[in-house]
Design a protein around this ligand. Structure first.
Ligand code: HEC
Ligand code: HEC
Ligand code: HEC
Ligand code: HEC
Ligand code: HEC
Ligand code: HEC
Length: 438
């Protein structure tokens, strides 16, 4: 039973050294998980595009970009963000080219044919009709999706890079929500697996080192299994390397959770509270086509769009549907001289400045760019995230509407001298902190 090298100090210290080694190895793998996941994300998207009927194959992305911006950008983002329609990231992986071409040329025909995906998505988007583009050639459509694949995979990396730095990166990552949840789940699962593997390894190591250091074999056998396990676990718990690794993992997870929480504070995408009167935009702005400005009188003139007072309702409801209990609430409010207490849906924090006239009147944007298809909403809903990343993203992408606006003539001239690209909002100061923060 005498093992010749049993008190060999070098050998024993090799074992205790190996514990530290395993612990640091675990930590290193853990830290590299985020980049692994992101790398997978982008390769998956690229792989999807290359697979099957591969619309990207031969598509001219540069031409596609112009076509996309002129025809699709008002309703679709190249990322997976929802605008009016779904984000197009990965669309070329979801469908083969024949489907995409048919859809883009006449989506209604695809829906009418009973294609289950088309019907599902049509219903999901509350039967919003996508414009038909019968004039786009196969090459045009290939180009568009080549551009979408390119821009969609480049976008997440670019979003983090701007002058706005950490705040902007955080804000735009908070928009996604989904991938970040997945990320946390994967991370936690990995941590659990790592800890299990680590535990087993350490049990082996400590049993081996015990055997090597010559504790009599019979004694080892006499101890029941649970006792041995308990001992090894105690050892593991008292090992400084393991302890510090565990503490680090814990600290990192808590940090990640806090950061996520902090960035999503106040993000209320999809918020649609119940209103005191069941006023329907679908009915008024959709079916009866009442102009948004008729009620939201501020949009062309100032910062706030304004919520209409009961008097504006009375222009029509003085005669229309007087007997309806919902309309009676308008009467009660006027009689009691109490404003109707509409619940506010959109809410920027005080630190940010947003002006409707700048965007609607000067910029020539449609309400739907930011509020979605209000004319189809029974109950009004916040469609955009309203985060800083959202503002900045649009300022980077959107060309300034310089037509018939003398104010911009000089600027356009100057800009054309410096750059071949169109004048974007970013070029006129749309990324300057002081423009949006007092
Ligand atoms: C007026 C808004 C609008 C425009 C413009 C528009 N789309 Fe759409 N698109 C939609 C809507 C809404 C849907 C969701 C389905 C529905 O409601 O019909 C959709 C769905 C799609 C889908 C299916 C997406 C998926 O996730 O499978 C593709 C692909 C698509 N559009 C491509 C395009 C392309 C390419 C262009 C430009 C040539 C374009 N769309 C222009 C509104 C629009
Ligand atoms: C007949 C009057 C009327 C018309 C027309 C109208 N709205 Fe409204 N809008 C209201 C009222 C009243 C509210 C507040 C009640 C509510 O939230 O439903 C409101 C609320 C809103 C809100 C949410 C405000 C908040 O609390 O953040 C938005 C955004 C909005 N309207 C956009 C539009 C757009 C875009 C159009 C045109 C497509 C439009 N509205 C047409 C009366 C109108
Ligand atoms: C330009 C005219 C016009 C204005 C302004 C207007 N409405 Fe209406 N509203 C209508 C019409 C038309 C109907 C549909 C009546 C019908 O179904 O016969 C209607 C229907 C309604 C209904 C549904 C009533 C029911 O029981 O079916 C409500 C609630 C309502 N309006 C609230 C409002 C409120 C609140 C305002 C002010 C913010 C407002 N409306 C401003 C024209 C108007
Ligand atoms: C560039 C994006 C953008 C466009 C375009 C836009 N809005 Fe808004 N809207 C916002 C933001 C951001 C808020 C929140 C403002 C705040 O909380 O101070 C808002 C808030 C509102 C509100 C709530 C009241 C207020 O002013 O705070 C109404 C009503 C409204 N918008 C209606 C409209 C209408 C009608 C149009 C089209 C004529 C329109 N918006 C176009 C971004 C936009
Ligand atoms: C849908 C695109 C879009 C979104 C979203 C958007 N903007 Fe803009 N913004 C524009 C355009 C276009 C202009 C240029 C208007 C003009 O011609 O002056 C502009 C101009 C501005 C300007 C003036 C910049 C300058 O240098 O004159 C400010 C400030 C501004 N936006 C703030 C915001 C804020 C704050 C948000 C987010 C709450 C926001 N914007 C979201 C499109 C957008
Ligand atoms: C186009 C408009 C715009 C520009 C330019 C802009 N911001 Fe913001 N910023 C916003 C809006 C809108 C919010 C509020 C976002 C929210 O509540 O999620 C915000 C929020 C913030 C916050 C608070 C973060 C939080 O999560 O609450 C900080 C800090 C900030 N911005 C710093 C900056 C700095 C520094 C710059 C310049 C490098 C800058 N911003 C440029 C629109 C802008």
């Amino acid at each position: 039973m005498n093992i010749p090298f049993r008190k060999d100090a070098k050998f024993c210290s090799f074992f205790s050294y190996s514990k530290t080694l395993i612990a640091s190895f675990a930590l290193a793998i853990l830290l590299s998980v985020p980049s692994l996941i992101y790398a997978q994300d982008s390769t998956a998207a690229a792989g999807g595009a290359a697979a099957g009927a591969a619309p990207a194959g031969g598509g001219d992305a540069a031409k596609g970009e112009t076509l996309f911006k002129n025809n699709c950008a008002q309703c679709h983002a190249v990322t997976d963000e929802r605008v009016v329609g779904p984000g197009l990231k990965g669309a070329s992986g979801r469908h083969d080219f024949a489907w995409l071409a048919k859809w883009v040329r006449n989506s209604q025909a695809v829906i009418a044919s009973g294609d289950p995906y088309a019907v599902k998505i049509y219903n999901e988007y509350s039967k919003a009709q996508m414009t038909s583009f019968p004039n786009l050639s196969d090459d045009d459509i290939k180009g568009i999706f080549a551009y979408v694949d390119q821009a969609g995979t480049a976008a997440p990396a670019a979003a983090g890079a701007p002058a706005a730095g950490g705040a902007a990166a955080g804000a735009s990552s908070a928009q996604g929500g989904g991938p970040s949840d997945l990320f946390v789940i994967v991370l936690v699962a990995l941590v659990v697996v790592m800890l299990l593997v680590l535990g087993v390894l350490l049990v082996i190591v400590s049993l081996l080192s015990k055997a090597v250091s010559g504790e009599p074999g019979t004694a080892v056998e006499k101890q029941d299994f649970m006792g041995r396990l308990g001992n090894s676990l105690k050892r593991i718990a008292s090992d400084p390397a393991i302890r510090s690794a565990t503490i680090w993992i814990f600290v990192l997870l808590v940090l990640k959770a806090t950061l996520d929480g902090a960035y999503s504070v106040g993000v209320q995408q999809g918020y649609a509270p119940k209103q005191p009167i069941s006023f329907s935009h679908k009915l008024h702005a959709g079916e009866y086509k009442i102009d948004c400005n008729y009620c939201h009188t501020g949009v062309n003139r100032g910062k706030s769009a304004h919520i209409p007072s009961a008097n504006i309702c009375m222009n029509c409801h003085g005669v229309i549907k007087k007997e309806s209990p919902e309309i009676q609430k308008i009467y009660t409010s006027i009689e009691n001289n109490q404003p109707i207490e509409w619940v506010r849906v959109h809410n920027l924090p005080d630190l940010a400045y947003f002006n409707h006239a700048q965007h609607v009147n000067v910029g020539g944007l449609e309400c739907q760019n930011c509020h979605g298809e209000v004319e189809k909403m029974e109950v009004i809903q916040q469609r955009s995230s309203l985060t800083m990343g959202w503002c900045i993203d649009c300022h980077r992408k959107t060309e300034v509407n310089t037509k018939d606006n003398k104010y911009y003539d000089k600027l356009v001239q100057l800009h054309a001298g410096e750059s071949k690209e169109a004048l974007k909002v970013a070029d006129i100061g749309g990324l300057e902190c002081s423009k949006c923060h007092y």
